[in-house]
Design a protein around this ligand. Sequence first.
Ligand SMILES: [Zn+2]
Length: 100
Amino acid sequence: MALDPDERLTAEEFAEFLNEREVQTACRRCGVAHWQTGKGGELKGFIPVGTDEQGDFRLSERSVPVQYLICVNCGNVELFATKVVRKWKRDRLRRQQEIL
Ligand SMILES: [Zn+2]
């Protein structure tokens, strides 16, 4: 099922979300702050087993769509619920439209 274009998340938007919410950037396993994501950026085109066509990781119909980051140093994978990031994006768009 195709998503509304406004519902899609770019790697840049995900990074903006992490910055705005002041998410710790150092890996909690090794302390290095160098991440890759499957959407755009350094791993463009990389789609691991278990993702849908939008790149959201899915285990089954009842699973939770997530955004993920992979620590380049130790391989630790950090997961973030897509619905929280999309809500942040919708709220930001609403704030921008109120300013105009
Ligand atoms: Zn690490």
